[in-house]
Design a binder for this molecule. Structure first.
Ligand SMILES: Cc1cc2nc3c(=O)[nH]c(=O)nc-3n(C[C@H](O)[C@H](O)[C@H](O)COP(=O)(O)OP(=O)(O)OC[C@H]3O[C@@H](n4cnc5c(N)ncnc54)[C@H](O)[C@@H]3O)c2cc1C
Length: 481
């Protein structure tokens, strides 16, 4: 039997599936392995748990963390409007929860052998065989070959980064306040955010509000010395918002004193200064890099076709020529059928990832039950951009809003998209508390001495090459008695 043969998985599952657990059917079941517990992965797992009986399949989830991160509210954590816990949604809080969770990250997949290589959180490397695999490891921060960038920039993609940046920004105020050196003071009070998409714009906007409010508690600091720069190589901020809303957002930020430079990027970055491509040298200890995302490096270990790093899949989110392989979310180039344009792929948004998660679960169930799969079609519902306080711009279903109505839509949308009731309660309580009592600007100091780099937070150097994956799997096969 060839490994490409649809029956190959069935054969392997009879050979190597784990012992059925107490109370379960004694006949071995197909093994479904989901990689990544983000918007796409968690929606998929929850739908599988709901729609499949325990006898129909074993579901396993590989994830480094025990929570699903609600990424769109990350700038609120950096700004201290929300606590980190309020957007970290527990994977185990569900009455239907029965998935086996492997705490670790997938570092390679051998599509022929149908084995996923996993590095656990204790650094043990294990081979996890599967019959069906759902690849949803999301994306990482996209960086370029700019001198000093990866050593000196922070990203805004993980909970640790958001918490770290908050501490870092507050520590700059503390250190500037204590310093007698005007040059040091000036450099500690300048902040640079690169990336004029929604992530960068929201990050700059929310953190500017943080320093603006915090400086009132530092009576030795001149508020005029605090300067935020938001730069992007593109000619417009958030072009997906359209001409008018993009301009409105820019006006709001400029009014608040954020210096916006478009058509500009970073030429080089050093620990105490950043050089822009227009020649300006900005003394700063804070460079936040949010200039786009690129698919998880896991996709490159497959040796399959990619589109700008995202795995090329069909509209059913299947990998062509490989039975039982599904990919979705930020890590896959899913054709955007709703756009009706040749070659269009879905943008990397939570809105798509969540819906694709449910859709892949349905297609997987259809495969198990020998029913036809359906292509994924979803028309974008729009965009919401929370600029902090009462400032926002939103475009729900094409309607352009600014100010309080836009903020109500933005917060209402995020609140309703939170998956659990307890997360909804935590977020609402935090928003209310922050609106009434403000922030105490406390610096926790947990990571103060560790110079954190982009790759430390996103584990980008943990992956194997396709050859190393095959070698590892073959080695494990040879070692079998
Ligand atoms: C600051 C910010 C603001 C945003 N705002 C919005 C917004 O307003 N609206 C919107 O629609 N989208 C927004 N997005 C984009 C949105 O968050 C992503 O498109 C969405 O999270 C993609 O979902 P996903 O499931 O593909 O990936 P993710 O949600 O990123 O989940 C991937 C999961 O896989 C895990 N993982 C990574 N590597 C591995 C591995 N090797 N093995 C196992 N697990 C792994 C990760 O830990 C993570 O849990 C924002 C993003 C950011 C960063």
């Amino acid at each position: 039997m060839r490994s490409g043969d649809p029956r190959a998985g069935e054969w392997r599952s009879r050979q190597t599936a784990p012992e059925p657990q107490k109370g379960m059917n004694t006949v071995t079941r197909p093994r479904i392995l989901v990689v990544g517990a983000g918007f796409a992965g968690v929606e998929c797992v929850r739908r599988l748990e709901r729609r499949l009986s325990p006898d129909e399949a074993d579901v396993t989830l590989v994830t480094p963390f025990s929570y699903q991160l609600y990424l769109p509210l990350l700038p609120h954590v950096a700004a201290g409007v929300l606590t980190p816990q309020s957007i970290a949604l527990s994977l185990r809080r569900s009455s239907r929860y029965r998935t086996r969770i492997i705490p670790g990250g997938a570092i390679g997949v051998d599509l022929e052998a149908k084995v996923c290589v996993v590095r656990t959180i204790t650094d043990r490397i294990v081979n996890e065989p599967y019959d069906y695999i759902v690849l949803a490891p999301g994306s990482i921060t996209r960086t370029f070959d700019i001198p000093g960038l990866t050593d000196n920039a922070f990203g805004m993609k993980t909970l640790a980064e958001a918490a770290y940046i908050r501490d870092h920004v507050i520590s700059q105020l503390d250190l500037a306040d204590a310093s007698q050196d005007p040059v040091e003071r000036a450099s500690r009070l300048q902040f640079v955010v690169v990336g004029g998409g929604y992530a960068g714009t929201e990050t700059a906007a929310c953190l500017q509000r943080l320093t603006h409010a915090a400086v009132k508690r530092y009576n030795r600091l001149d508020p005029a010395l605090i300067k935020w720069h938001l730069i992007d190589i593109a000619p417009k901020l958030m072009p997906e918002l359209g001409e008018k809303l993009g301009r409105d957002a820019q006006q709001i930020l400029t009014r608040r004193g954020i210096d916006i430079s478009l058509g500009v990027s970073i030429a080089k970055a050093a620990p105490e200064e950043v050089t822009f491509t227009d020649g300006r040298v900005v003394p700063t200890r804070t460079l936040i890099w949010t200039a786009g995302v690129v698919a998880s490096p896991l996709m490159a270990t497959l040796g399959a076709e990619t589109v700008k790093g995202r795995l090329a899949v069909t509209a059913e989110m299947c990998l062509p020529n490989h039975d039982g392989v599904f990919a979705l979310g930020d890590s896959a180039a899913v054709p955007d059928l709703a756009k009706g344009q040749e070659g269009a792929v879905c943008p990397p948004t939570a809105q798509h990832a969540q819906r694709q998660g449910r859709h892949v679960a349905e297609n997987l169930i259809a495969t198990l039950r020998n029913q036809p799969m359906r292509p994924y079609v979803h028309k974008d519902l729009g965009l919401v951009v929370d600029l902090g306080g009462a400032d926002a711009v939103s475009k729900p279903l094409g309607v352009e809003l600014t100010g309080l109505p836009a903020q109500a839509v933005a917060r209402g949308y995020h609140w309703s998209a939170l998956r659990t009731g307890v997360a909804k309660a935590r977020v609402a309580a935090n928003w209310a508390l922050n609106a009434v009592a403000g922030d105490d600007f406390v610096r926790t100091g947990f990571q103060a001495r560790k110079p954190a780099k982009l790759k430390d937070f996103e584990y980008t150097d943990a992956y194997l090459t396709p050859e190393q994956v095959r070698e590892r799997v073959a080695e494990a096969d040879r070692a079998k008695p």
